[in-house]
Design a protein. Structure first.
Length: 176
């Protein structure tokens, strides 16, 4: 299984989280995981992979991170049908409580029409915010791993570790 992480990151937090996810999954799955900054690499390269992890941060009151913004129109022409996808996002639940992780939700919504299988939903318990476009169902889950290095930096490593283990389990279920 070919696996890659594609991320956009303005002040490096999404990048740092991606590096941790990469390291953990490489150990858990005993395979190499490629990692690309979409500032420099076209999103179309994601088509070369079977399992793709997308990382995004939210900026400016519920807006997309700038490199995602620049690549946004490319998403709809990606040929990702039948591929497995997981998402993670960086946000600030106290500073931007009305828009927490909105870009994560927008990315999920943009990928769904491509007929991908999304794994790695993450519980909303343990966060304090007012509204988020990244919630799914009855608000019990985010559409992907939600990280907040502004307010909950101490939890990031544990969350990444749990999420990576969850991804491995879900991948195993898909492939059996
Ligand atoms: C000007 C500014 C606007 C922001 N707007 C939001 C927002 O609307 N929602 C949110 O959840 N986080 C928001 N954030 C928090 C960022 O998502 C957070 O700092 C994140 O770690 C940045 O990740 P990056 O460096 O990988 O881009 C904002 C941060 C700044 C500085």
């Amino acid at each position: 299984m070919k696996i890659a992480i594609f991320y956009g990151s303005t002040t490096c937090y999404t990048e740092m989280a991606g590096e941790k996810i990469q390291q953990q999954l490489e150990v858990l799955l005993d395979t190499k995981i490629d990692m690309f900054n979409i500032e420099n690499v076209a999103l179309s390269r994601s088509q070369e992979y079977d399992f793709i992890i997308f990382g995004i941060s939210t900026w400016d009151f519920g807006e997309l991170q700038e490199d995602w913004e620049s690549s946004w129109d490319d998403i709809k022409s990606l040929q990702l049908s039948g591929k497995t996808v997981a998402l993670y996002g960086l946000g600030d639940q106290l500073g931007y409580a009305d828009w927490f992780q909105d870009a994560l939700g927008m990315l999920h919504d943009a990928l769904i029409p491509l007929q991908v299988d999304v794994i790695g939903f993450w519980p909303t318990a343990g966060y304090e915010y007012t509204a988020s476009k990244a919630e799914i169902g009855d608000g019990e889950f985010f559409v992907g791993l939600s990280l907040d290095d502004e307010n909950q930096y101490d939890e990031t490593d544990d969350r990444i570790e749990h999420w990576c283990n969850q991804l491995v389990e879900e991948l195993h279920q898909i492939n059996t």
